[in-house]
Design a protein around this ligand. Sequence first.
Ligand code: ZN
Length: 323
Amino acid sequence: VPTAPSQSVPLLVGLDVGGTKTLAVAIPQGAGAAEPVASVRSTDEPTAGSLAALVEELMSVVPGPGVPRPAAIGVGIAGWVDREGVARRAPHLPGLVGVDLAGGIGGRLAVPTVVDNDANCTALAALQSRSPVPRCLVAVTFGTGIGAGLVVEGELVRGAHGYAGEPGHMVLDPGGPQCPCGQRGCWERFASGSGLARAAAEAVARGELDRAVFGGSDAPSGEAVVGAARAGEGAARALMESFAAWVARGLAAVVNMVDPDVIALGGGLVASADTWLPEVQRLIAANPTTGHRHVTIEVVAGSEAAGAVGAALRAGRSLRGVR
Ligand SMILES: [Zn+2]
């Protein structure tokens, strides 16, 4: 039975702002396990005002007497977030580009607020869940796009501008589909939810995949393909195998670049990891450039909330003066 935190336990709030929804969680400050004590979600257009309102809603559902005030707020957003916490490019969240979200939310609520890349936040959640601390941990998030966060010896690697860890925009096929980033054939055009849906639509158009399996749809969703693969439908299983190969191609490049001991997978697609992760692990182990290493590839603990929990941990680190 979870015990309600007393009002004397300070809370950290984390927001995971995605392309289609926002998850907000509260965790006790300084807790080892970082289990959320409350969470709320929203599909409202994310703005400083709507996110501040979501934090107030979250505080109102924290168990216990009264409405607590958080010690700090962390916000994870998908995109190129600079060292000052401002998104400079965000193909999936264009309304947040150039917006001082930390000032906007923190100013409204009078609570210290930090903004970081969502995959950096997921990496912090993955780090927290692992003992001993990995020497080099990469979190890779597979959702609308692909993000990554890199933690070496316990510290987030940010790069010169704050943009380190964007493997989703490695070009794996120069003649491939247009990416919102402006290039063609980026890894995330193949190994994301939208990439899986596009591959399925192409397979339907070629007559390889029977549209009857998807209720007659010419454009089955990624979830529909996963469902058909789980049900044993041969063409859907072949699509998932091809999807796994695209995931593994990009991960092999990540492994060769940073030599991690742990790759923690997050994002919406990990809900279907049973249909592709074993094949990815097999391919990385069989790859001549990556197979000789000991790389653990696993779904991050508490995967659905990991981005939001990590954003809260990020806020806690900033209170301690750690980036
Ligand atoms: Zn791209």
